[in-house]
Design a protein around this ligand. Structure first.
Ligand SMILES: C[S@@+](CC[C@H](N)C(=O)[O-])C[C@H]1O[C@@H](n2cnc3c(N)ncnc32)[C@H](O)[C@@H]1O
Length: 266
């Protein structure tokens, strides 16, 4: 067992820490151990508490209080959706053809990881974000300028001054069909808010509302970009078509990520 006496202040990782993480099924036990040692800052009691939570199945990111996303440390509070690496493809797709000084809206922003990455990689743009879950809003306000993070149900959260001004509306809304939630890994199923996962019967309930309301907020030529799954992509694209946003489906095999985009006519 690691105790207060044997946690080195120099960040060296005790062997038994790695062994206990590995025994708990952590695939990247060495990396996790190093992060826990760093986070506990030489406090052995704190390290032991963090380790106990990890062994019990808490997501590493909730224990550390942050997640790595496109080279950034994104603050993620308890219960808040942990940004997935695959969502980097939504960022990449949004950055393509983004006008200088673009107005970007990260809707269903969760921790605000998507908006924060775009702000870091396209510093001239003005990023706004909106989210319904107050816990996620609190995290997003740590990752983005807090006055630009709005709380509420989709577009109802937004100031009317954004009407018709959004150049890139980037959305990773919940898209897991309700019945499929039971098959998700426990880290997601038990530790992330249901609101962050549940996309309704076919997974498209929130996307449907996002797409049908988008045109009012998009600038002429502005783009809507929605992350979806590969098998749901034709259904997501059909929503775009019905809203007059001629869709294109982009796919990254490397990240196993799919994004549907469509533009408002100029
Ligand atoms: C799959 S998570 C993605 C979070 C973030 N975009 C990311 O990629 O890390 C979906 C987010 O949508 C939020 N959400 C669900 N329904 C919403 C609604 N009606 N209005 C605003 N946000 C909503 C959830 O609370 C959750 O934070």
């Amino acid at each position: 067992m690691t105790s207060a006496d044997d946690v080195p202040a120099d960040g060296v990782v005790p062997d038994d820490l790695v062994t206990r993480l590995r025994a708990a099924g952590c695939v990247f036990a060495e990396d996790e151990a190093a992060l826990l040692v760093e986070a506990s800052a030489g406090d052995g009691g704190e390290l032991e508490r963090m380790l106990a939570r990890r062994v019990a199945g808490d997501p590493l990111e909730h224990i550390l209080g942050w997640a790595e996303f496109r080279g950034l440390r994104i603050a993620v509070g308890p219960g808040v959706f942990v940004p997935r690496q695959r969502t980097g493809f939504l960022v990449e797709t949004a950055l393509r053809d983004l006008p200088a000084k673009a107005v970007v809206l990260d809707l269903c922003c969760g921790s605000g990881a998507v908006g924060a990455a775009i702000a870091a990689e396209a510093p001239g743009c003005m990023v706004y974000a909106a989210e319904l879950d107050p816990a996620a809003v609190a995290s997003a306000r740590r990752n983005l300028p807090p006055e630009r993070v709005f709380e509420g149900d989709l577009y109802a959260a937004l100031p009317s001054a954004l009407t018709g001004r959004v150049d890139a509306l980037v959305v990773n809304a919940p898209y897991v069909p309700t019945e499929a939630i039971a098959t998700m890994p426990p880290e997601a199923r038990l530790h992330e808010a249901r609101l962050a996962l549940d996309g309704g019967h076919d997974g498209l309930d929130v996307q449907r509302r996002v797409v049908s309301g988008a045109i009012e907020w998009l600038a002429p030529g502005g783009r809507l970009l929605i992350e979806t799954s590969e098998h749901q992509a034709p259904l997501t694209a059909a929503l775009f078509e019905a809203a007059g946003l001629h869709p294109q489906i982009a796919r990254s095999e490397d990240l196993d990520a799919t994004v549907v985009t469509g533009s408002r006519q100029v």
